[in-house]
Design a protein. Structure first.
Length: 361
């Protein structure tokens, strides 16, 4: 492994806008240990770091669940899995992950995660340059802080961590996901997806009940697609099985709830002709692969910054003064009306499906 110079050269007299932390071979740690969707929306930072530091070695620290979203990225030297809610939770877990970070001897850390634990971990790890957001917990532990504009899409908010190194407008804002090849799929999944299998992906589930459009709406959309000779595939977690059963009852639908790995879900979405989903991780996977998408927003709103990104999409929502009722929605409706869910007609979503399939949008 190359020897890394820790000498820092400021941008003064430097001909490049990308040399505030100029090093010959900087070793960089990018930290994002939040939810799966947040990890996907962080991936443009990887390519942007490589643009800013062309000779760098970039590592990313994620959760075990997010590992397979980034492990195939060719720009990453390595991925550090931090099981902060499992085997590495608590104080001794923090010491263990600190040791692993120290062993790699990083020069710079960029933290997209804003928790006090992340700030403390990076400070304890002895990384000389630690860049975080100004609204992060314990932000004083970072050596540099950057501001986020909460009115922007989360992709741009994440890239603002690099705002002192380069203009965001000069950076690549495409999402980066690398699915497995068909040969890498499990035999059970591989045999279900032939070369000529034309299908749409429906994702009716969510971790938050108020983000889930009525299953009857998804069922109506599924019927419409089947009548149109387009097969329907349902993907989701094992916990989504109940709602999947309601959507698929009596219909010729391939239900894969709890039957795919994250890798396989990437492959399935990449090869779909259409996606219909809630405000969820699947929306961001579809955006990464430029899949035509109908995104149904119930309790949450696009103003939170997690809407479809750079793909051919139509967003469906019911305008209500009570929205959003939280960053992630909630378990129950605070008003006990569920108007954001009930107010969206399946005909509106089917019309959006047709507009996308007919390339009218």
């Amino acid at each position: 492994m190359s020897t890394i110079s820790n000498q820092i050269v400021t941008a003064k007299n430097c001909p490049s806008i990308y040399c505030k932390f100029e090093m010959k071979y900087p070793r960089i740690l990018l930290v994002q240990t939040s939810f799966l969707g947040d990890t996907i929306l962080s991936t443009p930072v990887i390519s942007s770091l490589k643009t800013i530091y062309p000779s760098s070695e970039i590592y990313m620290m994620t959760t075990p669940l997010s590992l397979n979203l980034v492990v195939r990225d060719p720009l990453l030297k390595g991925v550090i899995s931090y099981d902060k809610r499992g085997d590495e939770s608590g104080f001794f877990g923090l010491l263990n992950i600190r040791r692993r970070i120290r062993d790699i001897n990083f020069d710079i850390a960029y933290s997209l995660h804003r928790s006090y634990r992340t700030a403390l971990l990076l400070a304890m790890s002895g990384i000389p340059i630690r860049v975080g957001f100004s609204d992060a917990d314990l932000s004083f532990l970072y050596t540099e802080t950057r501001k986020r504009n909460l009115r922007q899409h989360d992709v741009i908010r994440n890239l603002s961590i690099l705002s002192s190194e380069a203009p965001i407008s000069s950076l690549n804002t495409d999402l980066r996901l690398f699915p497995p090849s068909k040969e890498e799929l499990s035999p059970k999944i591989r045999k279900k997806f032939s070369e000529n299998f034309k299908y749409a992906v429906l994702v009716p589930g969510s971790a938050w009940e108020t983000k889930m459009w009525d299953y009857k709406g998804f069922r109506a959309v599924a019927k419409h697609l089947i009548d149109r000779k387009i097969s329907v595939v349902l993907i989701g977690a094992k916990s989504d099985k109940i709602i999947h059963n309601k959507v698929a009852e009596g219909l010729d639908i391939l239900d894969l709830a709890g039957e795919t790995t994250i890798d396989e879900a990437l492959y399935i979405m990449k090869n779909a002709c259409l996606a219909v989903c809630n405000d969820s991780m699947s929306l961001h996977i579809a955006s990464a692969f430029k899949i035509k998408t109908v995104a149904v927003f119930c309790a949450t709103t696009p103003s939170l910054g997690f809407y479809p990104w750079k793909n051919n999409s139509i967003l469906i929502e019911k305008k209500l003064s009570c929205r959003p009722c939280g960053l992630h929605g909630g378990r129950t409706c605070p008003n006990n009306t569920y108007a954001c869910i009930k107010g969206i007609s399946h005909n509106t979503v089917i019309d959006a499906v047709e507009r996308l399939l007919n390339r009218e949008y």
